[in-house]
Design a protein around this ligand. Sequence first.
Ligand code: FE
Ligand code: FE
Ligand code: ZN
Length: 286
Amino acid sequence: MPEDNQQSQLIIGCHESSAKGYFAMAETAVKIGANDFQFFTRNPRGCKAKLIDPKDIERFTAYSHEHGIACILAHAPYTLNFASKKPEIREFAAETMADDLNRMESTPHQMYNLHPGSHTGQGAEKGIEEIVQTLNRVIKPEQTTMVLLETMAGKGTEVGRTFEELAAIIDGVKLTDHIGVCLDTCHVWDAGYDIKDDLDGVLDHFDDVIGLDRLHAIHLNDSKNPLGSHKDRHEKIGEGCIGFDALSAVTRNPRLRHLPFFLETPNELPGYASEIARLRAAWDNS
Ligand code: FE
Ligand code: FE
Ligand code: ZN
């Protein structure tokens, strides 16, 4: 991932279906003007993951090199709950994540995003303790994958609704080089962080509490609901309460513009292609 702010291109893509494998996802990315993509490691409802096909990985790697795919982001099934009251649910999350991290070594030095979990009534503090325990069991010193905690909207008993909660998890993780954050613009907006009228204030706060050096990826989504609604309903870029200008400003911000962006908007591929084109044009002209 380029670290300097002099890069020539916005790094952006969208969430893709992994059904046809890595090479097919990379091909689709290139087709829609993307240079990164996100995918679920397995059916979001949990279940078994498809076996990794070494031939597919080989074709994917060569093709990505040739076509400038900058990075990929694997998303854990959103049904995993690392903060559950029930030990068997936490155990299932731990086993699934461990298996995912193993599989990810076939595409080394990429990123794995997870929802910290919902404390299901036992309180955020206890939930954070459980999350930290599991992460410390599952993250291995030899892994090359960066594990990212996603900022959450705060619906129900979700943990990770504030930067402070994420910082508390990160503080507890022993292998500190392997843990970071993925900021979801819809989620932070729904959580009450005003990235529309005070992006720099929100980034200052993030830097104070977590550290911007921990931020490795951005989910770029508009929101169907107003600031602080704690709802988590994504909207197309420019059709929601955050709006095109504010979301484009996120991609152009000097502290963020080098990061990879991933759209999770309610779109089919042509919709993603046009969002990517619009955001690129605004980025290039800035
Ligand atoms: Fe997510
Ligand atoms: Fe997200
Ligand atoms: Zn969401």
